[in-house]
Design a binder for this molecule. Structure first.
Ligand code: PCA
Length: 200
């Protein structure tokens, strides 16, 4: 089995991205499954090509995309991606779409094809707080989840995929007022590994 595990480049002026730092710590082989890691640009347009290229190149059985969600205090297994780009801030290319459809010929939404309830349960059982989330936002993370599920539905129907949001790292929130939640990269990496074991 081959798993494509993606993370994002730092964005919004932060020198690091918690998803990137955590994915680096996930083993390259889990229970015999190969884990291929790809870093995506935090850009609406280039991330679309990057995710398609990664799937075409690696032909994975499973795609799990990881993104940082500052302000969230737990691991979030995303249930749904919606067909809209609406940037609260510009992306890393300076592009800030407002209420734009991602694909004119796409449905309003796609549901994840990963077993998120079971993944959530096992992550919690391993000692890390996790929930099913019903919104991945309208920024680059929702965009990538939507684009991923669109391509899987249209071109790679054998592959399952979905999205996980993770909290910021402690170093990203130190001194913040009001205080903001965080989780260590080791804990996030362990939670991702547990989630992948459920899928495998
Ligand atoms: N988080 C952003 C985009 C990149 C990332 O790591 C988001 O939640 O949309």
């Amino acid at each position: 089995m081959k798993i494509l595990l993606t993370a994002f480049e730092p964005f919004a002026g932060s020198p690091v991205n918690s998803a990137q730092r955590s994915v680096e710590l996930v083993p390259d082989t889990i229970n015999g499954a190969e884990v291929v890691k790809v870093l995506l640009p935090t850009e609406f347009k280039r991330s679309t090509e990057a995710i398609h290229k990664a799937i075409t190149e690696h032909r994975p059985d499973v795609v799990l995309c990881i993104g940082q969600a500052g302000g969230r205090m737990e691991i979030d297994l995303e249930r749904v991606a919606i067909n809209i780009d609406d940037g609260r801030i510009p992306d890393n290319a300076g592009f800030q779409p407002q209420e734009e459809k991602i694909f004119a010929d796409g449905p309003a939404a796609y549901f994840t094809t990963l077993p998120i309830k079971e993944m959530t349960k096992e992550i919690c059982a391993a000692g890390f707080p996790a929930i099913v989330s019903d919104s991945a936002g309208t920024y680059v993370c929702n965009h990538v989840m939507y684009v991923l599920l669109y391509y899987l539905a249209k071109e790679f129907p054998q592959t399952i995929g979905g999205f996980m949001h993770v909290p910021a790292l402690p170093e990203q929130v130190i001194g913040k007022m009001p205080p903001a939640p965080s989780m260590s990269k080791e804990s996030i990496a362990s939670a991702i590994t547990v989630a992948l074991k459920v899928i495998i």
